[in-house]
Design a protein around this ligand. Structure first.
Ligand SMILES: Cc1cc2nc3c(=O)[nH]c(=O)nc-3n(C[C@H](O)[C@H](O)[C@H](O)COP(=O)(O)OP(=O)(O)OC[C@H]3O[C@@H](n4cnc5c(N)ncnc54)[C@H](O)[C@@H]3O)c2cc1C
Length: 495
């Protein structure tokens, strides 16, 4: 059943105790509600309505106090379905290597590994409407690239992209065991007197009326920035906020760095290669050798007309015949020849190392529910820069040595101390908000344990990419769905 807390006359929660209460009706929250409702009665509390509203979205406003980032109210959606209302549908599971500790990266490694998520791969594909794999057509470019010891071709899958509100709206409306409340803002999480369990959840509608829910188990699934903001704001009983005894809530905020890093001119034999996109990633051996993180390269066809010019002609034109000024400007957007010469644009999506200084904090300014707004201090580490620089330059050397083509690396990346383009010049991030309530082996290195339970609070779980220990380079939603299915399985078995 779905009700709207803005239009309710009597208290819908009176005299009820919910087996499971979920805050957030986005990808994680909806996946959990649907997969827990066979066994439990579930309250699904969603801050927004069925549609976008300024009133709800405004609560997501915050301040950027570190590295430049998208406005916080534009990088996520606060209504039923969450950010799946606008996402692009790129999907890929994390790599086995992503879960392993690396000697050269502090805080690296997860308490679980890829094998723990593999059982949920097919179900996640079905939830995300990912079509069955078709055998990729044999192509010579990939064949040669895979001969390199340092890079390999990788695959992405594409969701429709599935809108979780639209896909599961009817099922939730008809589910006897789910009470989904729209316009229900979770504004406090109240613990038992001994602080060992969550006892009650406070929700408010937009008229400011509050209600209390009695809960047996609570799952916070409000998105990668909001999970931390809510835990830090709920500090009436514990000054530093919930699950924050070691000060890690909100810390380790990670994004995937997104940049155009080069332009590729293909050798003649690949001129008619029709693949619109090819994806490549470094081998584990290469990452270890270079002490760098994971990254993905998206090699995107940008110009079909370029095939009328031969490889030699393009290189010759760039290097010999034109004036130095023309050489300099040949790939700039102003140059009239640029479109005719380049075949592929290469974009990087790269991992960020766990970094305590990169954080979601609470600002002094409050929202309409008197909760302190998010302040994002996004910070990079030297290894993040090295990963992009070494990865791209070495990829250029690889394509040249394999006779695939020549990569013209963007100038800014070649400088001693690269200055990354700002948000008006390039994408810079993927709207992927990760690691702010990271999974760890103890409160010393994490906020939740290997079952996503908050350390020290018996019945409090967190879901979504805030529980990632590290982010890899794959877009996060596929892993969010896998982990939500795993959490549902765990609660169905042990709760
Ligand atoms: C433009 C864009 C493109 C993207 N493209 C991709 C892509 O191609 N591939 C990919 O993998 N990922 C992509 N993402 C990221 C993806 O959308 C998120 O990873 C995913 O939606 C996160 O799921 P979630 O359930 O954790 O959070 P969300 O989907 O954000 O859901 C959180 C829910 O919690 C609710 N909520 C928040 N606060 C409260 C509160 N106090 N009380 C009650 N409810 C609350 C919100 O209203 C929302 O419905 C993209 C994101 C954006 C914005």
């Amino acid at each position: 059943m779905i009700i709207d807390l803005n239009n309710i006359k009597s208290d819908p929660f009176q005299n009820k105790v919910f087996d499971i209460c979920i805050c957030g009706g986005g990808v994680a929250g909806i996946t959990l509600a649907v997969n827990l409702s066979k066994q439990f009665n579930v309250a699904l509390l969603e801050a927004g309505g069925f549609e976008y509203s300024e009133e709800s979205q405004e609560v997501y406003k915050g301040r950027i106090i570190g590295r430049e980032y998208y406005p916080l109210e534009e990088t996520r959606m606060r209504f039923f379905g969450g950010s799946s209302n606008v996402w692009a549908g790129f999907c890929r599971p994390l790599d086995y290597y992503d879960f392993e500790p690396k000697k050269y990266v502090e805080y690296s490694g997860w308490p679980i590994n890829r094998n723990d998520l593999d059982p949920y791969l097919e179900k996640a594909k079905s939830i995300l409407d990912i079509p069955d794999d078709k055998e990729a057509p044999k192509d010579q470019f990939t064949h040669l690239l895979n001969k390199s010891a340092d890079f390999k071709k990788i695959d992405f899958w594409f969701s429709k992209p599935t809108n979780f509100g639209e896909k599961f709206g009817n099922e939730i409306t008809n589910a006897e065991n789910i009470l989904c409340c729209l316009n229900a803002n979770v504004t406090d999480i109240i613990l038992s007197e001994d602080l060992s369990r969550v006892k009650k959840i406070k929700v408010q509608n937009y008229a400011g009326k509050s209600y209390m829910l009695n809960v047996k188990t609570f799952i916070l699934a409000a998105g990668g920035i909001e999970n931390a903001r809510i835990m830090l704001n709920c500090n009436r009983q514990i000054k530093e906020g919930l699950g924050n005894s070691t000060g890690l809530v909100g810390r380790f905020f990670a994004e995937h760095l997104h940049y155009a890093v080069g332009e590729l001119i293909l050798e003649d034999r690949f001129r008619n290669c029709n693949e619109i996109r090819t994806y490549a990633a470094p081998s584990e051996r290469f990452m270890q050798k270079e002490n760098i993180l994971n990254l993905g390269l998206r090699i995107i066809r940008c110009n079909q007309n370029s095939s009328q010019y031969s490889f030699k002609m393009k290189i010759k034109n760039i290097l010999c015949e034109w004036s130095p000024d023309l050489v300099e400007s040949v790939f700039s957007s102003k140059c009239r020849y640029a479109d005719q010469l380049m075949d592929r644009v290469v974009r990087i999506i790269s991992e960020q190392a766990p970094n305590f200084s990169s954080a979601v904090l609470c600002d002094a300014e409050v929202d309409k529910f008197k909760m302190r707004r998010a302040a994002l201090d996004w910070t990079l580490s030297p290894i993040d820069v090295r990963t992009i620089k070494n990865g791209v330059i070495h990829f250029g050397k690889t394509v040249a040595s394999l006779g695939l083509g020549r990569l013209k690396v963007v100038q800014w990346l070649l400088s001693e101390d690269p200055k990354f383009p700002g948000i008006r010049e390039d994408e810079t991030g993927g709207n992927h908000h990760m690691c702010t309530t990271r999974m760890g082996t103890s409160p010393k290195n994490g906020v939740v344990d290997s079952n996503q339970k908050v350390f020290g609070i018996g019945n409090f779980y967190v879901a979504g990419s805030s529980v990632f220990s590290t982010g890899g380079h794959a877009n996060p939603t596929f892993t969010i769905v896998q982990m939500s299915l795993r959490l549902a399985d765990y609660l169905n078995k042990y709760n």
